[in-house]
Design a binder for this molecule. Structure first.
Ligand SMILES: C[S@@+](CC[C@H](N)C(=O)[O-])C[C@H]1O[C@@H](n2cnc3c(N)ncnc32)[C@H](O)[C@@H]1O
Length: 215
């Protein structure tokens, strides 16, 4: 019997995709001159030592988890089992969980910071506002959220060959994120659109946000 094409769930595409391209992604991302470290160090400077930090979509743990784990208790979460395996190898001093960031069960007001870099771009549109709202609940008063969002129009698409595997991408309209952050009790302290050059893809812009949970 001939096989029937079955559309795979976005989450499955993302998890399997990063499982397949983890090493290639690491090599590719390593060539990008992005502002990650400047924003991560800005966050770090605002946190007391031994802060409780949750990093969503931590990938292989380099450079963000490794940098934050120097001074803080960091838990990294990633939907890709291979990325989590690499992260455990690169940052043995942090804790890691292989899970979907939208399905975490975390106590309210239990975290000093939540970090989500280049992750929302893989979360289905209908789930993004709920995740932002939960981040607001997880943070203690005065805690910080550091994240990147799409800087363009709303949309979802699947790239059939992104660094060698199918990949799912999604974004709300860039302007939609500010009200969602405010509704979640997160007040931006820095909010900038920053472009970086991606090998093979050209100049790509992201909206960088560092926000504080209202005290
Ligand atoms: C573009 S990579 C960024 C990795 C890392 N944050 C960095 O800046 O290098 C996106 C990562 O998010 C993970 N991811 C995507 N959707 C996720 C979800 N729903 N829950 C947890 N991790 C997710 C992917 O598996 C991948 O490792």
């Amino acid at each position: 019997m001939a096989g029937r094409a079955v559309a795979r769930e976005p989450k499955e595409i993302v998890a399997r995709g990063y499982d397949a391209i983890a090493l290639r992604y690491a090599e590719w991302a390593g060539q990008i001159d992005s502002p990650v470290m400047e924003w991560v160090r800005d966050l770090d400077a605002r946190l007391d030592v031994d802060a409780d930090v949750l990093e969503l979509g931590c990938g292989r743990g380099v450079p963000t988890t490794r940098e934050l784990a120097r001074r803080h208790r960091v838990t990294g979460v990633d939907i890709s089992a291979v990325q989590i395996e690499l992260a455990r190898h690169h940052v043995p001093e942090a804790s890691f969980v292989n899970a979907d960031a939208t399905e975490l069960d975390i106590a309210p007001a239990s975290l000093d910071a939540v970090v989500a870099l280049f992750v929302f771009g893989h979360v289905p549109i209908e789930e993004q506002s709920g995740l932002i709202a939960r981040i607001g609940l997880w943070l203690r008063d005065g805690g910080f959220f550091l994240g990147t969002f799409g800087a363009g129009d709303a949309g979802e698409h699947i790239d059939a060959d992104w660094l060698g595997a199918p990949m799912f991408f999604a974004s709300l309209d860039s302007e939609a994120y500010s009200p969602l952050l405010r509704d979640a009790g997160l007040e931006p302290v820095r909010d900038e659109v920053v472009a970086h050059h991606e090998p093979g893809h050209g100049d790509v812009s992201f909206r960088w946000t560092l926000a504080r949970a209202a005290a």
